[in-house]
Design a protein around this ligand. Structure first.
Ligand SMILES: [Zn+2]
Length: 422
């Protein structure tokens, strides 16, 4: 491994250049230029929630091709505190990551507390009548009003309040190159009237984020420019999504507009392409679009062909720690006994450190033995698999054979995944 070198770009500003636009889909190939370096798009951005990709060194993330990392403003606000990151010189320097960084606004995490942290509601969205429903055995930990969200820390039970202004202050202190506006993130289980109310709030909060962002940018003289992305909500409703894209796409307050956009909120996977295309047909073409929290291989194809430039998801590392790996032959679990004497790599076509040095039998052994190394090696493989897959989509777009590449990949990946029992 080479020593990490910080390669700050010459410009302290932010820009997006499109090199190629696909003639038959909304896909495009471009470069996002940030003060901490460029991101060639489409690109998958691995998640280091608490300023670390769990179990993996930044050198390894760089070696496997990650161009940028995304951390979580909510978690870093609670610990160690945004003032610590500010004093350290910003998120990238703090975590020894020599490239661009993103932070999400904390809206998703804070609002998740309101419906039961990390719980999925076992309800049918079509029959939901009430919005004040929470997961079983969970206290409601967050309350939303028009000004912001009051929530209880999941760490120590202390009470906190996020407003659009607080979220901007926290994200400026954390110092990522790309930040997201504070939005109200709903679920598919909220009623239509509530989705409308949440959109009105998100609209008002977006203006407040732009104003506070401008104020902080002027106040924090000499800091690298931080770009602000507006977040498009609207759940599964065409009119709401299109209205959000129209409103935020053209939003300007005191001369400040959004540098790019995140597509977030409740996304019904069966409708992912449709929802994303509603939004991307309206958003300004010359600004980057990030699809929040999407990272399964089949979904990344849908996102790219419908005009998204960057993606983030915790899935690749989270499932790696449970022994689940992506391969060209589909997804499977290394702890399955059929791998005990399998001395082939996890994926014979993968060029990652794990696949070039270790066998499935060894991976099976370290998972069965609950060795810490299992998480490191499996995470390196999964992150490489997803990063490389999106890089291959980029190349296929440039070569004009995206449709063939997609058909080849999904034909193999989904066929084998469908057969998998584990
Ligand atoms: Zn690999």
């Amino acid at each position: 491994m080479n020593k990490l070198e910080f390669r700050f770009g010459s410009a302290l500003s932010f820009s997006f250049d499109i090199q190629h636009a696909d003639s038959i889909s909304l896909a495009r190939v471009g470069t996002i230029n940030t003060p901490h370096g460029p991101i060639q798009t489409p690109a998958f951005i691995p998640v280091g929630t608490k300023a670390t990709v769990k179990s993996v060194l930044p050198e390894s993330m760089k070696d496997l091709g990650a161009q940028a990392l995304l951390s979580n403003a909510y978690h870093l606000y609670l610990q160690p505190g945004p003032d610590v990151l500010d004093e350290a010189g910003g998120l990238a320097k703090f975590m020894n990551w020599p490239g661009p960084t993103f932070t999400d606004s904390g809206g998703f995490q804070v609002l998740s507390l309101g419906v039961g942290f990390k719980k999925v509601l076992a309800m049918d969205a079509q029959t939901t009548r009430h919005d004040d429903v929470i997961a079983g055995n969970k206290d409601r930990l967050a309350h939303v009003d028009d000004e912001g969200v009051t929530f209880k820390s999941h760490l120590d039970g202390s009470m906190h309040r996020f407003t659009p202004e607080v979220s901007m202050q926290v994200q400026h202190q954390i110092g990522a190159d790309i930040m997201f506006a504070f939005d109200e993130c709903t679920t598919l289980h909220n009623t239509r009237p509530y989705q409308e109310l949440a959109m009105e709030r998100t609209y008002a909060w977006a203006i407040r984020c732009l104003d506070e962002h401008k104020r902080l940018t002027q106040e924090r003289v000499g800091k690298p420019y931080q770009a602000l992305f507006g977040v498009i909500q609207g759940a599964q409703y065409e009119d709401l999504r299109k209205k959000a894209a129209t409103d935020l796409g053209s939003m300007e307050s005191n001369g400040q507009s959004f540098d790019g956009f995140g597509i977030g909120g409740a996304l019904d996977k069966g409708q992912l392409g449709t929802i994303v295309s509603w939004v991307n047909e309206i958003l300004p073409e010359n600004k980057p679009r990030h699809l929040l929290g999407i990272g399964a291989p089949e979904d990344l194809f849908v996102g790219v062909e419908n005009g998204c430039d960057t993606f983030d998801c915790v899935l690749a590392s989270r499932i790696a720690r449970t022994s689940a790996v992506y391969t060209m032959e589909g997804r499977f679990n290394l702890s399955n006994s059929r791998f005990k004497r399998d001395f082939t790599p996890i994926d014979s076509e993968c060029d990652c450190y794990t696949c070039t040095h270790y066998t499935r039998a060894y991976m099976h052994h370290v998972f069965r033995g609950k060795e810490i190394l299992s998480a490191t090696l499996a995470t390196i493989h999964n992150e490489r698999f997803i990063v490389r897959l999106v890089d291959q989509m980029r190349q296929a777009l440039l070569d004009g054979n995206f449709a063939d590449m997609k058909a080849d990949f999904l034909g193999r990946y989904l066929h084998r995944s469908g057969q998998a029992r584990d």
